[in-house]
Design a protein around this ligand. Structure first.
Ligand code: WTA
Length: 631
């Protein structure tokens, strides 16, 4: 265990220490891990190049901190509980001892294919335990994994493979996703027609469906591990050696490969996991993310497993076979901590309370959200109907680039406030800058969210293009890490994320967060979800265009639009009233639930084509429907 905060006074005390004496603070935590060699310097940094190193000179292997460290104390405890897509299929439990052997066996299998330290390995797999085993096996031998969400298209996959020049791809025959079967191996085959770096593909047999296996390139997972020993000496890694690359979209088209390194990422993910969720030995923790996103990396795999926790992995989707699936799983596995996205909460909220009926959710102790601002209505629904008013909600703000949770309540210890991420974790020094780069001190201020001191799990570079890293995160406000988010610090000092500042709308000189307007619109009881963008407006500079999913039964759209305007005027002020409201059947979302605003901005501007790559959308057809419905 690293350090655990148990009281509000403890939080305040640790926070102060972390700011006044960051080196002592972090070395005390890092000392609880297993290092082959201790560091000579805790942190060495400047935000100009930028150059950030943590635990300089330290040697370790992160998997020794997951596997060997827990083998004798927790060997028979479940490390992973796997719930398959189909509830009729048997769930699986993998103990820490079994995980140790399976990771080592697969590590040997990759070595037998000539993969070693520094090689890049793409993981394009379903949410099965093998995905986690693959990540850990890479870390075991010092290979750098890059997990690509298995819903990405062949083109998106090929771009990522080419950017990092991967030598090996790990995939499956097909993936189950609700009622659908997705031919992922066929996607890999197509992607590889555009890639030359890949030498081998290892294919997990998940569905048994037909696949084309290419001679001398493709190997079945079960053949690759056959006869491999189940122990494997861990590669000694420098604290600053790369652990993984994870591609993420920015405001420009091409995704960038965010780079995380071994030592700092290890220390921070365990520390933040244990504290935010207040995990206790024996608890069952479930994060519903996909391993293809940073949340899956830090809070399904690394953080929980470093902490010796039991982490639940779910292969399926929240609405199949029906909208009660999440609650069935909580009931079945007696889940104690449940971590999901606001978009999932809102989607389930739309089904009403019936799917919750008859489900025993009494095991739940902590609820979490991540990925986007949560509107107050969804927060209350989650709190009242899922948590039955008993469970604190940790609204966790962070990013792919931050590696771990940055601003969040500590469950049951620090206060919560609907729609607020509240307070920074110890070691995190957020500041709010105005557009000229001046720090706004004190409370009741709003501006650009920046971080002024490094933390162990921050990104080190963007793969193959350090200048892009500098430009994107360190140039707009010299000397700070710029998050790209707008934030408000309220009268009590609590932080509320207002959404990306690239989405801020300036109406008649008044800046408004799109998320803020959406929150207000969503307060209307008939509104399920909304997305707001700016569009050029002759008089105001920018106008507000709102795309709204709403229940219009029993009234005209015009009536509803007027009510929504009144609601917004009521909650924010007349200035925030949408100029245009379009009732839409759905919103263009990526499979991770993010709304693709650039598409909505274009439609709002009157553009009806040239949307770029929309293959990553959950439902690309929704774009046509919105265009057709535009007045
Ligand atoms: C947004 C996900 C409000 C934010 C871990 C951030 C949030 C971006 C929250 C990063 C939250 C994440 N409240 N907004 N609790 N968490 N965001 O890289 O805009 O997929 O910059 O990382 O999501 O998204 P990413």
């Amino acid at each position: 265990m690293s350090i655990k905060i148990h009281t509000l006074a403890g939080y305040i005390h640790e926070y102060e220490k972390s700011v006044l004496q960051p080196e002592q603070f972090w070395s005390r935590i890092a000392e609880t891990f297993h290092w082959r060699q201790l560091w000579q310097e805790v942190v060495r940094w400047n935000f100009d190049e930028p150059s950030v190193e943590w635990f300089v000179g330290g040697k370790l292997n992160i998997t020794e901190n997951i596997l060997e460290r827990h083998l004798y104390t927790l060997g028979d405890r479940p490390a992973i509980i796997w719930e398959p897509n189909d509830p009729a299929e048997t769930a699986l439990t993998i103990t820490y001892r079994e995980l140790y052997h399976r990771v080592n066996e697969f590590a040997n299998a990759m070595k037998a294919q000539g993969i070693g330290k520094g090689d890049r390995v793409i993981i394009y797999m379903p949410m099965t335990p093998e995905a986690a085993i693959a990540m850990l096996a890479c870390a075991r031998i010092g290979a750098i994994h890059s997990v690509v969400f298995a819903g990405f298209s062949a083109t998106a996959l090929a771009d990522r493979i080419n950017d990092c020049q991967a030598r090996l791809v790990l995939t499956a025959d097909e993936n189950y996703r609700g009622a659908k079967v997705i031919p992922v191996k066929a996607v890999v085959d197509e992607a590889l027609t555009k890639c030359t770096s890949v030498e081998k593909v290892i294919v997990l047999q998940r569905t048994g469906g037909p696949v084309n296996m290419q001679d001398n390139r493709d190997i079945w997972w079960h053949d690759a591990i056959a006869g491999q020993p189940d122990t494997c000496e861990a590669e000694e890694m420098d604290a600053e050696d790369m652990l993984f690359i994870l591609y993420t979209s920015g405001s420009t088209g091409k995704p960038k490969g965010v780079v995380h390194t071994c030592g700092g990422y290890m220390v921070y993910t365990q520390f933040s996991f244990e504290n935010v969720f207040q995990y206790r030995q024996g608890d069952v923790y479930w994060c519903t993310a996909d391993v293809g996103w940073i949340t899956g990396h830090s809070y399904i795999v690394y953080g929980p497993l470093l902490a010796g926790a039991t982490t639940l992995m779910f292969e399926g989707v929240p609405t199949w076979p029906d909208a009660g699936r999440f609650w069935d799983i909580v009931d079945k596995h007696r889940v104690n901590q449940f971590y999901t996205a606001p978009t999932a909460i809102r989607a389930l909220q739309a089904f009403g309370r019936q799917p919750l009926e008859g489900k025993d959710l009494s095991s739940l102790k902590v609820l979490g959200t991540v990925g986007e601002p949560i509107n107050e209505e969804a927060w209350h629904w989650y709190h009242d109907h899922v948590g039955k008013g008993r469970c604190p909600i940790v609204d966790t703000w962070w990013q792919t680039e931050t590696g771990g949770i940055m601003i969040s309540p500590i469950a049951g210890i620090t206060p919560t406030k609907p729609a607020y991420a509240t307070l920074p974790l110890p070691g995190i020094q957020p500041v709010i800058l105005d557009n000229d780069g001046h720090e706004l001190k004190g409370n009741s201020v709003e501006g650009n969210l920046c971080i002024k001191f490094p933390w162990p799990s921050m990104l080190r570079t963007t793969y193959g293009d350090h200048e892009r890293c500098r430009q994107t995160y360190f140039s707009q406000f010299p000397g700070y890490y710029f998050t790209g988010d707008g934030v408000k610090r309220d009268e009590d000092g609590y932080y509320r994320i207002l959404g990306r500042v690239d989405d801020v709308i300036n109406v008649s000189g008044h800046r408004m967060g799109t998320a803020e307007v959406e929150n207000a619109i969503n307060e209307h009881p008939r509104v399920v979800e909304s997305a707001v963008v700016g569009y050029p407006h002759e008089i105001k500079g920018q106008g507000i265009y709102a795309y709204v999913i709403a229940d219009t039964t029993g009234r005209t759209e015009e009536n509803l639009e007027e009510e929504i305007r009144a609601t917004v005027a009521n909650i924010i002020g007349p200035i925030a009233k949408p100029d245009k409201i379009q009732i839409v059947p759905g919103l263009p979302k990526t499979r991770s639930g993010k709304i693709m605003r650039r598409i909505l901005r274009k439609i709002a501007e009157g553009i009806t084509d040239d949307f770029g790559d929309i293959s990553t959308l959950l439902d690309p057809e929704v774009v046509e429907k919105i265009i057709a419905g535009k007045k």
